[in-house]
Design a protein around this ligand. Sequence first.
Ligand code: AMP
Length: 276
Amino acid sequence: MQVLTTIAAVRAARAAFPALGLVPTMGFLHAGHMSLVARARVECGAAAVSIFVNPTQFAADEDLSRYPRDMPRDLAMLEAAGVDLVFAPDPAEVYPPGYASRIEVGPVAEPLEGARRPGHFAGVATVVAKLFNIVQPTRAYFGQKDAQQVAVIRRMARDLDMPLDVVVGATVREPDGLAMSSRNVYLSPAERAAAPVLYRALDGARALFARGERDAEALRRHMRAAIATEPAVEVDYVSVADGASLREVERAGAGCLVSLAARLGRTRLIDNVVLG
Ligand code: AMP
């Protein structure tokens, strides 16, 4: 496994792989990341993983400085998984002095996370475009857990004619339903015990839909009520949105994205399911 920190080194190493799957990450890896890595290896014959806590996608009041990091553990996991190439640059390698360009993806980046985290998706789109240009993957792998991120990256790749396939992997969950996230490590024992209510709320909305409920507001109400049973969890938003535009709907239908964000103490978690 080659562990590279410069763009020049990645460019030089890239030529050895006829096809290459890229999994962009911010590190502190878990089974969700590793499911994407395994798929990249199988489907492309070789896998590259980037580990970069991208400063431009964090707002000033967010958790950039305390975001969890453990490079030795990450590298051991990737080595054991048979990864070919790791790109782990410093911020100065990615954003040298004078750096000024930025990719804005438009309406799909505006609601939900985009509304609560101004600038977040411009930061994501820009760094992912750079990673695509640096690594030149045949396919790039993203998790359904960050559903709006997937929509943003797909839009960008189509609009800007990026020569690769965007592949989405299912959300990997803990046995109690909590979506795996590097941020779960922030949770106190009491918060961790309360956190599965988020998936229970989503799953309850999905069950209501399966029983015939089509009023999107009824699904939102159900989720708010479910989460209210855990006083330690504060809802940021609950959403039933069109799967393509991510705009809120009145009538729920197959393909709608049911998503939520909530705070447990200082930790903000997101999760989603797709109806139908
Ligand atoms: P992150 O390191 O949190 O930026 O995540 C890197 C990639 O892994 C993103 O495409 C995420 O959507 C994906 N990912 C994170 N958590 C999960 C999960 N629980 N299941 C599947 N994919 C995930």
